[in-house]
Design a protein around this ligand. Sequence first.
Ligand code: ATP
Length: 616
Amino acid sequence: MEPKAIMNPILEGNFYTSSKKNSFYQVKVDENYLGLLNTNGSLINNQMISIRDILGSRCARRRKRIGENCECHPKGKNRVLSFLENTLDEQDKSAYLHIYSYVMKNSKTGSPQKRHSFKLTLRFRLFSNYEDNMKEAFKWRNTLKQLVEKTQWRNPLLKSVENYDVDTDKGNRLLIVLNPKSGPGKSREIFENEVKPVLMEADIPYDLYITRARNDARNYIKTSNVLKWKRGIVTIGGDGVLYEVVNGIMERTDWKHVTKSIPLAIIPGGSGNGLAKSLSFCSGEPYDHNPVLISTLNIIKGFPIPVDLVRIETQSEVAFSFLSFGWGLIADIDIESERLRIIGSPRFMIWTVARLIGLRTYTGRLSFLRVPAEKVKEVVASDKYVEVQIQDSYLMEEENDKKSTNHVDCNSNSSFDMDSISLDTGCIRGEPDQVGRTESFYSLSSHKSAYHSDNASSSYLSLPETAKKSRTTIYGPKSQLPSLNKPIPKSWEVYQGEFVMVHATYQSHLSGEVYFAPDCKPNDGIIWLLVAKAGISRVNLLQFLLGLSNGTHLRCPFVEMIPVFAFRLEPLCEGSHIVVDGEVLPHSSIIQAEIFPGIVSLLNKLPPAENATSSR
Ligand SMILES: Nc1ncnc2c1ncn2[C@@H]1O[C@H](COP(=O)(O)OP(=O)(O)OP(=O)(O)O)[C@@H](O)[C@H]1O
């Protein structure tokens, strides 16, 4: 509830606005709100902006406009609205303070709320000289900055950075990993036009890494000193580029320290964007209207929340997944519709129709450990959405982890029940993509380097040697399951026969449009396993799939949603793709998956109820 007035203001004053001539506002600021009181005859409009919705502010002096006091452009003629670069208006002694916020508004009566940019410009002209007006503007800016910072997350590990410099925020930077080939190939434009301006308003320093090939992000994360990006690692692209970042972390001996100290985040630029949608959905943010803005605000205004990872093991790979595992219909649609990548998300709908016409079934055996019904009820009912506490103690654990980690060569006959597994990946990993998107983004627009940095305070990094790698060692949490060559426990249930699909997810949405597991939360510790058996009619299947996209979730014969802790899939035929977070895994005749709750943290806005109590 917004307060009607600000009783104990920290700042207050009367201001002229630059947007309306001859009108002034009374502006008051307290710990929680900036209040704008517009005196307009007898009508008083109160407008409150939550400090949580303010990104930042900037002081400026007015610049001359072309056409003003300029002989070649007499007043009233040929007036142009742009400012003359670097030409300050010496006659105007005022100082200006621009305040950037993103406020929730109803566009039309009854329509859902949306976030809108609201820029307020205050003009300080109490004093006759510019310097004193600017001093006053700076006083406001600094106070606002402190208030805004109090509402934002700051990595507690920053205090352990040697010679930490508060002013330059050394160490408190973001790493942005951008895949220029994601979805319809618009990630770079998304960054330039939609993300960068918002980061600049919030004054957030960042380094930008643009990927050059498949697995480039993975190698970069594996080999870089990622601990210097204490604010977080953000991907711009589809779920596949974050998948590379997560698995790059799991290839590090200090994976535990990194996952506990550096939050991750995602800005949608791909075709599916299931994780970005799921995160904003669980915090109640109006994502669909402007997915990129909402996800960028999640990074600036968000707190690290724990997110589950699923450890997937095949005969040749171990991978960590945050979104989904698929075999059968949906996996096939995902991969086979690649050829329509250029059209964005409609590619899935078009391919769904094609695949329904030529419906295939696959033989296999599915075994799973079901989550007891009471446990599911308890998890669904609980509001399990807590902020991750990043602890200094993890700094100590790093060394111990290094000492205790086992390395296992998959060519040896050892059991896989270990903390890490070593796999020979042949020539695929670490080499440029062999299929499809091999031509470099830079061949179109730049011949320089994969690094790019724009913010004044952001660094320019030189091009590294591409990490050469012939072996992949995967660390991460230790498997609790029997090894692939051992039988599953008797308590597991088994389905054997013909399947249309087996599709597992651990987030609510598979994509922006597909609301797959309504009861799923990012950290519920449950794999939601959708099993569609052969026998289902095309009409029923179509109705079921349409239900997923409009959130109606029809009950359908031959289709079951089973909450499980772990499962084993044995495809007894070839043909279907095995897809993890949108990435294809090589065929394997046995695949095992198990969930690890809250293993990584992702920056996300807290839902409104928590917002009220978590100010710091
Ligand atoms: N510069 C690049 N050139 C070619 N492929 C790349 C490049 N950078 C990353 N990739 C690969 O592109 C693949 C797809 O990336 P991503 O998931 O970001 O997009 P998407 O598939 O369109 O999105 P979504 O997963 O949401 O459907 C990943 O496998 C990644 O390894």
